[in-house]
Design a binder for this molecule. Structure first.
Ligand SMILES: [Zn+2]
Length: 322
């Protein structure tokens, strides 16, 4: 065969780049940088401190934490939105608020219609990442079905892996999410993996979002064991030593002692954000007041990816978790 070598070599190089883009260690598109986002629905910052966790405590010890972030946007401005799961997770995944993403409740309205998710204007950050790096690998595994069936379903091609927790109740769904996430971390090579747990919110609705509710705190400790399983799986990755994981743990809103959320009270609005690994200072608690929208920007910053103004990602001075 007389196919000139000068054509063959660039072709091989291109194939290698493609094959390695979602590889282990530092062979991915981001020189080993990766992000694990752990979302724990409805977890009050005060309950995170009081529950006596092991693994979330470890993330705090190894990272920088704020207990004074906020859900619900900025009251009295176009970003104000209910402290409900639908708008909140949409903000966390799109870096926009309801004035842009359109989600003001746990809606099932058709995409692009009034009241529905404006997916064209405010896609999931996974879609933006793939616009820059088509070979990036992003996963979403969520206990609350709405995330999978409405938010992710609007743009499934942005994900290499996406699923929801199966089971008869919150605890079973969370366990299923934990197992699927461990499988992904051990058997796959995600650049970004979003994992969502729901039973803390379930306990809050059933018996009150309050720090002196033992049922609520017990749910936090159960989810903490799932966080432990994820962290153990990360460390078992064969080329973990070459990888630079940023682990983000956060929540979408708080709740009231009566078992509700959606309003703009401090107990409903206030959230925590833990940034562990990725060069963030260890054992630091900062009093910054970031909104939920900062999560995609923090993710892109760790990956070394630019954020383009045309995306309309929200930014405000309170983006100060660094
Ligand atoms: Zn929620």
């Amino acid at each position: 065969m007389n196919f000139p070598m000068k054509y063959l070599i660039p072709l091989q190089a291109a194939l290698m780049v493609s094959a390695h883009a979602a590889g282990p260690g530092n062979t991915n598109d981001f020189r080993g940088k990766r992000v694990l986002i752990i979302g724990i629905d409805g977890l009050l910052p005060s309950a995170l401190k009081a529950a006596g966790t092991t693994h979330l405590r470890q993330l705090m010890d190894e990272g920088t934490t704020t207990f004074t972030g906020h859900s619900g946007g900025t009251p009295g401005t176009p970003t104000e939105q209910p402290t409900l799961s639908g708008p909140a997770w949409t903000t966390m995944m799109t870096a926009t608020y309801a004035d842009v993403h359109g989600v003001r409740g746990n809606t099932s309205s058709p995409y692009g219609t009034p009241g529905g998710y404006q997916v064209e204007r405010a896609p999931h950050f996974a879609k933006r990442l793939k616009e820059i790096k088509p070979t990036a690998s992003v996963g979403s595994i969520a206990s609350w079905g709405w995330i999978e069936d409405y938010l992710v379903a609007a743009q499934p091609s942005a994900f290499d892996l996406h699923s929801k927790g199966e089971g008869k109740n919150y605890a079973e769904k969370d366990l299923d999410v934990s197992r699927k996430s461990v499988d992904c971390l051990l058997g796959g090579n995600p650049d970004v993996l979003f994992v969502h747990f729901d039973q803390v919110d379930g306990a809050g609705h059933a018996s009150g979002f309050k720090v002196d509710n033992p049922t609520y705190l017990e749910a936090v400790r159960v989810v903490d064991t799932h966080v432990g399983a994820l962290l153990a799986a990360l460390k078992k990755r064969p080329r973990y030593a070459l990888e630079d994981w940023l682990i983000i743990a956060t929540t979408d809103h708080g709740g009231t002692s009566g078992g509700a959320h959606g309003g703009q009270s401090p107990e409903e609005r206030t959230i925590f954000i833990i940034l562990s690994g990725g060069g963030y200072p260890k054992g630091q608690v900062v009093e910054s007041k970031p909104g939920l929208h900062v999560i995609p920007g923090i993710t892109f910053r760790h990956l070394g990816m630019p954020v383009e103004p045309r995306w309309e990602w929200h930014s405000e001075p309170s983006d100060g978790t660094r």
